[in-house]
Design a protein around this ligand. Structure first.
Ligand code: ZN
Length: 482
C-alpha cells in the first residue's frame, strides 16, 4: 500500500530536499525502513546504533503518536500519512549565516546574540540593523510593559525609552514579571532598567521617572520611532493616541481587563487611530480599573507579547501588522477574534476636519476632575476609627467591597453591602446613626457615599480614608493587603 511520509524541515537535507516521500508499506516500521534504505543518510538521524528509534524522534500516523498505538507495528492504510516530528530545534544554520553575511555594524557578540534573527530571511542582517537603529518609547513598565520590555530588549532594539512614575508593590508581582520580590518599594523605572540591562547590555535605556502629561508628551514622543501604549487608564490612553497622531508616530496599543485583552496598531498616517475606534471614553466609574476588577496574571503577558511582536514588525516594515484591525483575546475561553477597523473621516483628531489640533485636558475629557460630592467628603482615618470603636462598640461600619474580597480580608463588626447594591439596599443602613463606609482603598466607598446622597439618603456618612489597606497599615498588620 502506498503511504506518504512527511519529512520535517531539518531532515530534508538528508532526503534529497524532498518534503514528502511515498513508499509501499503495511506498517509504520516498514515504511521507515524503506525510507532509510533509499535515503541512507536519514538512518542515523532516526535510529540509534542498536536500530531503535531515537527518543527525540516522534512518529505519527495520521494525528496519532505510534507510541499510543502499536509502535512500529502500527498498521498503515493506503493513502495515509506518516509524520516524522523530531524534537530538535535547528542549530548549525547560525554558523552558515555568519560565514556568508557581511556584518559591519554588529559586533561579534551581537551576531551571536541575534543569530536566530539573522537566519530568518524576514529579519536578517538588514532587519537586525534596523532594530539596532530603532528608538521605542514604552509608556508604563507594569503588566503590559513587562513582557514588552523583556522581549524588545532581548530582540536588540537599540534604544528603549521607559516612562513610569510608580513604585513596585507586592501586588504587582503576580503579573509584572520585569520586577522581582527584591524590587518591592523601588521605583519601577529603576527596577526595569536593571532587569533590561541584564538581559541585553547592548540596549540603551532612557528612563523618564515621570507621569506622561500634556506638557511633556509631544517633546518626549518626537525623538522616538514607535510609541507603545502600556497604560492602564483612559486619560493616558487618549493622551498617548493624540500625541501619536500629532507627531505622526505609530501607536502600538494593548489593553487588558480580567480575562480579556485587545491589541492593535493605531497609525493615523496609514489608518485608524484610537479615537476612530472609541471617540469618547466611558463615563468614569463604569469600567472598573484592574485594581478594582482584577486581572489574570498571564493575560498582560500574552497581550504585551503581541504588542512586542507588532513593534518589531513595524520597525522591520513587515506586511501584516495589526493596522486597521482590532484583535480581541479571551483568555478564559481561549478565543481570538478580529474586527476590521476603518479610519473615521469625522474623527476629531485624524479625520478630514480635525477639531483637536493640540493636546487637551485629558482628566476633564475623561470626566475625572468635575466637582463632585467627593470634594466635600467627610473622612475618618483608620486610627480615628479604631479609637471610635474603643469608645463606642455600636459604630456602624458598611463595607462596600465584593464578597470575595471579604474572604481575603475584613475589618471586624462590618456589614457588607457591595457598591452595586448600595442604593437599592440603602434602608439597611441606619440613617439615625453615623455610618462609616469603607472599601479597599477609599475610592469605591466615596462613590457609594455620593450615590447614596444623590438618591436622597439623609443619614451622616463618613468615608474611611485609605480603606482596609490603611487599616492594615495603621491598626492590624495581620489583615492581609491585596
Ligand atoms: Zn482617528
Amino acid at each position: 500500500m502506498a503511504v506518504t511520509i512527511i519529512i520535517p524541515t531539518p531532515l530534508r537535507q538528508f532526503a534529497g530536499g524532498q518534503s514528502e516521500i511515498e513508499v509501499e508499506a503495511a506498517t509504520a516500521g516498514e515504511a521507515l525502513e524503506k525510507l532509510t534504505t533509499t535515503h541512507a543518510d536519514l538512518k542515523k538521524h532516526l535510529y540509534n546504533d542498536a536500530g531503535v528509534l531515537r527518543n527525540f524522534v516522534n512518529v505519527y500516523v495520521g494525528d496519532e503518536d505510534i507510541r499510543d498505538l502499536d509502535g512500529l507495528e502500527t498498521a498503515v492504510k493506503g493513502g495515509s500519512e506518516i509524520l516524522i516530528v523530531p524534537s530538535i530545534a535547528g542549530g548549525n544554520l547560525a554558523a552558515e549565516a555568519r560565514a556568508t553575511n557581511d556584518l559591519p555594524n554588529l559586533s561579534n557578540e551581537e551576531i551571536a546574540r541575534y543569530s536566530r534573527h539573522l537566519i530568518l530571511p524576514e529579519v536578517g542582517l538588514e532587519g537586525q540593523r534596523k532594530l539596532k537603529a530603532a528608538r521605542v518609547l514604552m509608556i508604563g513598565t507594569g503588566g503590559l510593559g513587562s513582557p514588552l520590555g523583556l522581549y524588545l530588549a532581548a530582540a536588540g532594539i537599540g534604544t528603549l525609552g521607559l516612562v513610569d512614575f510608580d513604585v513596585v508593590d507586592e501586588s504587582n508581582l503576580q503579573r509584572q514579571i520585569i520586577h522581582g520580590t527584591k524590587d518591592v518599594g523601588r521605583p519601577k523605572i529603576a527596577s526595569a532598567k536593571d532587569r533590561l540591562n541584564d538581559i541585553n547590555p547592548n540596549v540603551k535605556i532612557e528612563a523618564f521617572e515621570t507621569m506622561l502629561t500634556r506638557e511633556n508628551a509631544l517633546e518626549l514622543f518626537k525623538d522616538y520611532d514607535v510609541i507603545v501604549d502600556g497604560t492602564d487608564n483612559f486619560q493616558t490612553r487618549y493622551l498617548v493616541n493624540d500625541a501619536c497622531v500629532l507627531t505622526g508616530k505609530p501607536n502600538v496599543y494593548g489593553s487588558i481587563f480580567r480575562f480579556e485583552g485587545q491589541a492593535s496598531v493605531f497609525w493615523a498616517e496609514k489608518g485608524a487611530c484610537y479615537r476612530c475606534l472609541y471617540p469618547e471614553p466611558p463615563p468614569p466609574g463604569l469600567v472598573p480599573s484592574c485594581a478594582e476588577g482584577g486581572v489574570l496574571g498571564v493575560l498582560p503577558g500574552i497581550v504585551g507579547t503581541i504588542q512586542a511582536n507588532e513593534v518589531i514588525k513595524v520597525i522591520l516594515g513587515a506586511e501584516g501588522i495589526l493596522l486597521n484591525r482590532l484583535l480581541l483575546f479571551d483568555a478564559w475561553k481561549m478565543k481570538f477574534r478580529e474586527l476590521k477597523l476603518k479610519k473615521n473621516p469625522d474623527c476629531p483628531i485624524c479625520g478630514t476636519n480635525p477639531t483637536i489640533k493640540e493636546l487637551i485636558d485629558y482628566e476633564a475629557f475623561c470626566g475625572l476632575n468635575q466637582p463632585t460630592e467627593t470634594s466635600v467628603l467627610e473622612e475618618i482615618t483608620a486610627t480615628e476609627l479604631n479609637d471610635l470603636i474603643k469608645t463606642n462598640s455600636e459604630v456602624q461600619i458598611i463595607d462596600v467591597r465584593e464578597p470575595f474580597e471579604v474572604e481575603i480580608a475584613k475589618i471586624p463588626q462590618t456589614k457588607l453591602i457591595p457598591l452595586g447594591e448600595v442604593v437599592k439596599r440603602a434602608k439597611e443602613i441606619d440613617s439615625s446613626r453615623t455610618a462609616i463606609i469603607h472599601c479597599k482603598a477609599g475610592g469605591r466607598s466615596a462613590k457609594a457615599i455620593a450615590a447614596l446622597k444623590e438618591n436622597g439618603f439623609t443619614g451622616k456618612l463618613i468615608n474611611l480614608k485609605g480603606g482596609i489597606t490603611a487599616w492594615s497599615d495603621e491598626i492590624d498588620s495581620s489583615v492581609p493587603k491585596y
